[in-house]
Design a protein around this ligand. Sequence first.
Ligand code: ADP
Length: 386
Amino acid sequence: MLILVLNSGSSSIKYQVREVPDPGGPTGGGIVTEGLIDRIGDATPGPEAVADHAEALDRIGAAVSEVLGGRELDAVGHRVVHGGERFSEPVLINNEITRSIERLNPLAPLHNPANVLGIRAITGKWPHLPQVAVFDTAFHRTLPEHAWRYAVPDRLYSRYGIRRYGFHGTSLGYVSTRAAMLLDIEPEDFDAVIAHLGNGASVTAVKGGASIDTSMGFTPLEGLVMGTRSGDIDPSILIFLLRQGMDADGLDELLNSDSGLKGLAGNNDMRSVVEAADGGAQAARTALAVASYRLAKYIGGYHVAVGGARALVFTAGIGENSWQFRELVVDRLSALGIRLDPDANRARSKEPRIISTADSPVAVLVVPTDEERAIADATAAVVGSR
Ligand code: ADP
């Protein structure tokens, strides 16, 4: 099947066309073409200007048709960030499903509205093409209540849906299957801690192949130190700043866009922060220390939560590429006996691999993620089972 995978943001759409030969099967998933349309809605006139998501999809449609020649797409798979409590599996989209995703907009104001624009633009352009929504929250449907509840009055949950949801699920599902295969463990016996470290970063406790705790919560702001997000802070800081005269938009920007590595070191790119720290910049060293300490603390907690992890898995931009950051984190885990093989940790490879010593009680793995492939496979499976 030929699947167009769309990852729509508020001002950009990333796309890939994937060939999925065997729906749900372990093989296949080649990239046929891919691209990015950005600056959607940017007022600057010029040949690159794209008015809205519908125009962006016209461009994507034209680029894709050129590559495909006479071949037709079979379906579109959308990465949808927030599925709330209703969506725990990928679903075939119809008008009612689109409206339900739209009703979740307040829970993911940066992402879900863009997903809905993408879905409606496809419906307008190719009304007969099946569309599937694949939710980033779905992998965490197995969180037990003691992990998803905040210790606040129940009305916050019953009235507003305030609870922990967790994100990065598409990546986590893919990576945990791959990691279990690499270690020759049945997926349902796989107990692990998985660190997805990109611009957004989260860590997840996986027991028997299922998520039992994760560091992101009601929104992707909770948990680890990220590129521009603070992760965990004392909520009283918000109350204090409100009383100092800051408003909701200001707080949102402060914690989502100006904090994390950027707030501590002035740069949200891990490569630049590592370089600056190597060059002696104290602020960059502090940023790496805060970020690696926070992650190590979560890993220790989740190791206990899963009853002793068989594996610690690193994935996404930083997890796959920054041997320096992996070393900083694992150095803090010596109380668990976990040790890296320094050569294996520094080796460059795009393959899933083990980077710990043979006697490390927990295997440390690097497993490249491929969210588009996971979305294409899930989409093909839903469409194939209609
Ligand atoms: P997103 O969440 O946007 O998908 P990515 O998974 O692409 O993010 O990760 C982006 C992060 O990965 C950035 O902090 C970037 O510095 C880091 N990164 C990418 N390549 C490397 C590399 N070769 N070495 C170190 N860090 C890297």
